[in-house]
Every structure is written in C-alpha cells, then in structure tokens.
Ligand binder design. Structure first.
Ligand SMILES: [Zn+2]
Length: 256
C-alpha cells in the first residue's frame, strides 16, 4: 500500500470511529428528547381545554376549613373562599392560610345576618367595610370580590339593585353561581349525590362557578371534595380560583 493511500485509510477509520462513538454517547439523549416531545404532544391533546370550573366555599371559616385546604393542597388546586367575619385565633390563622396557599380570599359579609345587612344600603356598606378592614389587618390582602348572602337573587333584600349599585360604585366585583351541590339545603345528602348534582350542572356549560359551603354541618362536602376534583380533572376541566379577570356570573345585574 502506498503511503498516501495508507494515510487516507487511517483517516477514514478514525473518522468512522469518531462518528460511531458520538452516536453512542448521544443516542440516549436523542431518544429521551424525542420521548419528551411525544409526551408533551400528548398532554397538549388531552389536557389543554377551555372548560373551566371555579370551586367556591361560602360561610367559612369553620371546623372544616383546614381539611378543605388540605384536600385542595394534595390535589394542587386553588379555590375561592367567600368568608364571613370571625375573630377567634383559629379563624385568623385560617384566613391567613387561605391567602398563603394561593386561594382567593373573598367576602360574604361580616355578619351574614340578612335582616341587618339588607336593612339599608348604608348598613350593607358598613358591614362590607368592617369585613374588608378586618381581613386586611389579618392577611395584608384587601379583598375586592364579594358574594351576596343568599346570592343577588335572594328574596330577603327586597330590591337588590341599590346594593348592586353600591358594589359597582366601590369598584368591587360580585359573583353568583351556576352550579351547586345542594349542601346547605340538605346536610344529609351523600357525598356521591352532592357530586352528581355538581357534575350535572357543570357538564351543561363551559364555565362553571360551583357553590359549596365551608360550614361545620356540611361534612359531606369535605368527604366528596377529593373525588369531585379527580373527576373534574379526568374530564378535562381546568380548576381555577376566581380573580378580577374571571367571567362573572350574575343572577341579577344593573347597567354600570
Ligand atoms: Zn352564605
């Protein structure tokens, strides 16, 4: 073999060896990369959806608040708590925990006393301010989202419109609901029945605001919650906390 040819063969073998070695070193990475792309592609197909559910809990804090928060945390889900005014040390910690764990702390009146709240717009406003200031002092967050006791369609307020005008004037937002479990109508409904009621409503619409209660008596709401969240996720719903950008559901409204 001539010297030039010998040199060319050695170079070629060296080059082929280099290519083979490079391929061996990087094949796992290439495989993993393509596998990951495949996974994210699958996720894009099955998980991203426009169907939204907002879980809301009225009337807390209560004996059940911490357990509700534990279940939400375990399932990595954020919700909205429409709270009333309570001054106990335990309640203060629960308001703080709601905020610290990323949920929306929203207002549901200080007293929850219909006769008092709906006696006049002045009384209504004082009640809101009392709750808002108390929550700000405890959590450093000034809530701006409200739910009328009984909803905006309640029969106790008489004409609700002046109260809605007050909410609008103060730059607050109010949210009613379009799905409910019935947990405060009958505390004996089974966890399965509560979830059935919610899912019946939820499947009829793209955006659902679900009314539940954070009340000591509503134990079956706590028992049903883990299964509700897992079913909603399996069926492709996004579970989100209410914010000022959330599509508002109003039973009664007035033009701004
Ligand atoms: Zn209530």
């Amino acid at each position: 073999m001539k010297r030039k040819t010998y040199f060319a063969v050695v170079c070629a073998l060296f080059f082929i060896g280099f290519i083979l070695r490079y391929a061996a070193d990087h094949s796992d990475g290439l495989f993993i990369a393509s596998q990951k792309e495949g996974e994210s592609g699958l996720m894009a197909d099955s998980k991203i959806t426009n169907k939204k559910v907002y879980l809301t809990f009225d009337d807390g804090p209560s004996e059940n608040t911490d357990e509700i928060l534990d279940i939400l945390k375990k399932n990595k889900v954020k919700a909205t708590f429409f709270v009333v005014g309570k001054q106990t040390e335990k309640a203060r910690k629960q308001y703080q925990r709601i905020v610290l764990e990323g949920h929306t702390l929203a207002m549901h009146s200080y007293s929850h006393n219909y006769d008092q709240i709906y006696s006049s717009v002045d009384a209504f406003g004082k009640d809101i301010k009392e709750l808002q200031e108390m929550l700000y002092e405890i959590t450093d967050v000034k809530p701006t989202i409200y739910r009328f006791p009984g909803g905006s369609s309640n029969s106790c307020a008489g004409n609700i419109k002046p109260y809605i005008e007050y909410i609008n004037k103060e730059g607050l937002l109010y949210f009613d609901w379009n799905a409910l479990s019935g947990d405060a109508i009958n505390f004996n409904l089974s966890p399965q029945q509560l979830n059935k009621n919610i899912l019946n409503d939820v499947k009829k619409q793209k955006v659902s605001i679900v009314l539940m209660h954070d009340l000591a008596e509503a134990e079956n709401t706590v028992k049903s919650l883990d299964s509700l969240i897992k079913t909603l996720k399996k069926d492709g719903y996004q579970i989100l906390p209410i914010t000022k950008y959330t599509q508002q559901i109003h039973h009664v409204s007035v033009d701004k």
